[in-house]
Design a protein around this ligand. Structure first.
Ligand SMILES: Nc1ncnc2c1ncn2[C@@H]1O[C@H](COP(=O)(O)OP(=O)(O)OP(=O)(O)O)[C@@H](O)[C@H]1O
Ligand SMILES: [Mg+2]
Length: 339
């Protein structure tokens, strides 16, 4: 059956920059195929900031890798769905054209800046690489642009850092370099997959603030992936909550924080340290475990951890249903279904 977006969803009113529709991705494992994504759809409009949140293993990185067509091959298969970027079908685009999209129109920042940077190349060589590939600038011009970009991402003595090696920089500075590399070609979409997870709390906040500033200055769209819902409070306009390979709630950020509709979203929100909680108090962890993607229960995937589960949650597929207020929720107990 073809996926049809809900008719009244405001995110569908204009042609989005990126649209992922009904994506199903499977990995081959020793124990058989593992469906990492099962019918994932999302939209990112031009200049929009979208957040993707969920626990480890729910499929966030698989979404990002699918969009950039960087899924391991062999090893991963797209079984169904469509990915469109600015009108182009990314799943069928020839590899040559895909290379022009990757890095220039869609850029990515990964979690671990040390493994993403090449330890045997200088910072300057790595920041200028994309410029020389995509824009054919001379070395001199490329170095000038690189220094400007490093300055913009807040690297002190930017020009001198061009000749530095990755190991000479702190984790936070390396992540700034990764952001400079991602942004140097003025992408229309930045995908940041846990860009601050490896950093200490203060540096995390600085990097997120930097990403927010640059996103606005450059007018690019951003898809920020994180397991930490708190990270999205300041950054995202729309949030998609994923659980075990599916989107369980999609909502404008203020609604998600003020009135989360899915029990899993509520549990995620409750696990954020709040001003009310005394410092150092233990956060309520979400009880139970994420189900094994190879042997999922019938019905809702969150049923074994859900505090409000009823018998009907254990029968049949639970659809993602639109609410009247711009969000969609995958829960039969969500009361305010749109007419
Ligand atoms: N190359 C692979 N081969 C087999 N299984 C994989 C592979 N990559 C991911 N998976 C599995 O697919 C599921 C989704 O993984 P994914 O990395 O997309 O999750 P994630 O939400 O990004 O997790 P994390 O927060 O830990 O980064 C997990 O169950 C994971 O074990
Ligand atoms: Mg991941």
């Amino acid at each position: 059956m073809r996926y049809r977006p809900p008719a009244h969803d405001p995110m569908h009113d204009t042609e989005p920059l990126l649209s992922v529709d009904d994506l199903v991705v499977s990995y081959d494992t020793d124990d058989g195929p593992l469906r990492a994504l099962d019918g994932v759809s999302l939209r990112v409009a031009k200049g929009q900031r979208v957040g993707l949140v969920g626990e480890s293993g729910c499929g966030k990185s698989t979404v990002a890798l699918s969009v950039l067509r960087l899924l391991p091959s062999p090893g991963a298969r797209v079984l169904r769905g469509a990915i469109r970027f600015d009108g182009q079908d990314l799943l069928t685009l020839p590899e040559r054209s895909m290379r022009a999209v990757r890095g220039r129109r869609v850029s990515m920042v990964f979690q671990e800046p040390m493994t993403s940077l090449n330890p045997v190349c200088t910072i300057g060589a790595q920041v200028t690489e994309a410029l020389t590939i995509h824009h054919r600038l001379s070395r001199r011009e490329a170095r000038a642009r690189a220094a400007e970009m490093l300055d913009r991402v807040g690297l002190p003595n930017a020009r001198r850092q061009l000749d530095a090696w990755p190991h000479q920089l702190s984790g936070g500075m390396r992540q700034r370099v990764m952001i400079a590399i991602a942004l140097i070609c003025n992408p229309e979409l930045l995908i940041a997959d846990e860009p601050t997870t490896a950093l200490d709390v203060t540096t995390q906040a600085q990097i997120l603030e930097l990403l927010g500033h640059l996103q606005q200055q450059l007018g690019m769209a951003a898809l920020l992936i994180t397991h930490d819902l708190a990270v999205l409070a300041e950054f995202a306009q729309t949030v998609l909550v994923m659980y075990a390979g599916q989107v369980v709630e999609q909502a404008p950020v203020d609604l998600l924080f003020s009135a989360p509709a899915h029990p899993y979203s509520r549990a995620l929100l409750e696990s954020i340290p709040s001003c009310a909680a005394p410092r150092g108090s233990r956060l309520p962890a979400i009880p139970g475990r994420v189900p094994d993607l190879r042997s999922l229960p019938v019905g809702c995937r969150f049923q074994d951890r859900c505090p409000v589960v009823v018998e009907a949650c254990r029968t049949g597929e639970i659809p993602l249903r639109p609410f009247g207020d711009g969000r969609s929720v995958r829960c039969i107990l969500s009361p305010r279904e749109a007419p």
